[in-house]
Design a protein. Structure first.
Length: 261
């Protein structure tokens, strides 16, 4: 299993600065890996008491049976993870307010490459951190996968996000979240966060909602934010090259469209 070395945050301590409304139902933040999970999770954590946050595990299929308590309606919790679509996960999430976070696959390829090439990630891909392959080859591996070592872009998106569509989930686009963080004082942002936080049972935003969002979105609190990754490479482009964009469309035709991109 890969190892992720990420610094801890102090959001649990900061949470006590705010009055919280008890959850009415369990809430699960599901996401495609490398789509801003920590950012989204940390914002939500500022609106839920620490006692109602499920910190025991980052929930995934291999450990799902050990953490079914996270979805108990008797003791509602906010939990998070990368939970593949399956019969077991669908049954586990019955009655849970389910949010699924996605990212434009074009940007996701770069984010995944940046993470794999950093020292924050320790797995079976250490050989890619040298100069044995080109940046373009690494990007293609992020798209088409690495045989026996890493799944394809299509596999990851299909099982983590696309298969959940049409089942009552709340789809969240990373780009929309970032856009509204940048215009936090606007009417549009207030409407956006009112809808975003609705699964928590919040019908009207508290007066201090902007401060809570700012605290949760503080990139210093995220061990996987770009600037907080250990090591890494500076040669990755800011935008996915045109050829790799075309390859994403070949590898996963229709994916961007069905996700709203």
């Amino acid at each position: 299993m890969p190892t992720i070395h990420a610094k801890a945050d102090n959001l649990n301590a900061l949470n006590s600065d705010y009055a919280q409304v008890p959850l009415k139902a369990p809430v699960f933040l599901n996401s495609v890996p490398k789509c801003g999970t920590h950012l989204m999770r940390n914002i939500l954590r500022m609106f839920v008491s620490v006692q109602e946050q499920y910190h025991q595990a980052f929930i995934q299929i291999p450990i799902l049976k050990q953490h079914l308590g996270a979805f108990s309606p008797a003791q509602p919790c906010l939990s998070w993870g990368h939970l593949l679509f399956s019969d077991e996960s669908a049954m586990a999430l019955k009655g849970t307010r389910h949010m699924v976070l996605v990212r434009d696959p074009f940007d996701w390829v770069l984010a995944r490459a940046r993470f794999f090439l950093s020292d924050t990630f320790q797995g079976n891909l250490e050989h890619l951190k040298g100069d044995g392959v080109s940046i373009e080859e690494v990007l293609n591996m992020m798209i088409f996968g690495i045989y026996g070592k890493a799944p394809t872009l299509q596999e990851i998106y299909l099982h983590n996000a696309v298969a959940w569509l049409g089942t009552g989930i709340q789809l969240v686009q990373y780009e929309e979240l970032v856009l509204n963080l940048k215009r936090l004082d606007s009417i549009q942002a207030e409407a956006y966060f009112t809808e975003l936080l609705a699964p928590l049972g919040i019908k009207s935003l508290p007066e201090d909602w902007r401060k809570r969002v700012e605290v949760g979105a503080d990139r210093k609190q995220s061990g996987t934010a770009r600037e907080n990754l250990a090591g890494g490479v500076s040669e990755l482009p800011e935008e996915l090259p045109d050829m790799q964009k075309r390859l994403v469309e070949v590898a996963a035709p229709g994916l961007r469209a069905v996700l709203g991109y």
